[in-house]
Design a protein around this ligand. Structure first.
Ligand code: URA
Length: 237
């Protein structure tokens, strides 16, 4: 859902100020009713918005939060593997919006929060290395964790090709932890634990920036996120 004035201005009908005037002058209808409030919420997929009797088509970006199951790849197409778009399709997303892509990658065996969008600017805000967006993972490992490893993570683990930014380790039990990292290099969490002699036996992403995996969202299911844009900052509404 988005504001009617935003929908109209995105469609090129006029500036925000102009379209507000058009609405107040009764030139805009939503589902055949004259719109009175430029701030009313419309959904371009469900409502018919007309300006001077002509249907207005506007681009409404899509934001999806998927609880990724294991066994699928974070790609839009793959000749051999099941992709996260296949998962969305099986979960009932129909049609799959053109241009939808995963915001970053989770490994094939990693589960949990994966965002998908067709909004490149939004993806860039979350993925840009300069932004240091927090990602929180639940991890299980094959050998016991020890308290002193918290400090090692916090000091920045040294891998063969780079030194990781400080990461926060919360030990939940002997073989289980939450880890918060602020970057997202290839296999990063697995490599960090491997550097301390632990093999990761399961990995699930719980949070990415302000987006949290809902407790009641089963693996393989998704929710659509409604966003509103305030001066380039996207907020969940
Ligand atoms: N780190 C990993 O090692 N794998 C993932 O899927 C995500 C983060």
């Amino acid at each position: 859902m988005e504001r009617l004035d935003k929908y109209l201005s995105n469609a090129g009908i006029g500036t925000r100020k102009e379209v507000k005037e058009y609405v107040r002058s009764g030139l805009v209808t939503v589902d055949q009713n004259i719109a009175k409030d430029p701030g009313m919420k419309v959904d371009g997929r469900k409502n018919e918005v007309c300006f001077k009797g002509e249907k207005v088509f506007s681009y409404s970006p899509t934001y999806i939060l998927l609880n990724k199951p294991a066994g699928c790849v974070s790609a839009t197409e793959d000749s051999r593997e099941r992709t996260v778009l296949d998962v969305l399709s099986e979960a009932g997303l129909d049609p799959i919006p053109k241009g939808l892509f995963p915001v970053g990658r989770l490994d094939k065996d990693t589960t949990g929060l994966l965002l998908l969008t067709d909004d490149g600017e939004f993806a860039h805000e979350l993925l840009s290395p300069k932004k240091h967006v927090d990602k929180v993972y639940h991890v299980t490992v094959d050998t016991p964790l020890s308290e002193n490893e918290k400090m090692i993570f916090n000091n920045g683990i040294v891998l063969s090709d780079f030194t990781c930014l400080p990461a926060k380790l919360d030990i939940l039990s002997e073989y289980e932890a939450k880890i918060t990292i602020r970057e997202g290099k290839f296999h990063q969490v697995k490599r960090m634990f491997m550097a301390l002699g632990h093999t990761v036996t399961s990995l699930k992403r719980l949070r990415m920036g302000e987006f949290t995996l809902p407790d009641d969202l089963p693996e393989g299911r998704f929710v659509r996120l409604d966003m509103e844009c305030h001066d380039h900052e996207k907020k969940i509404i």
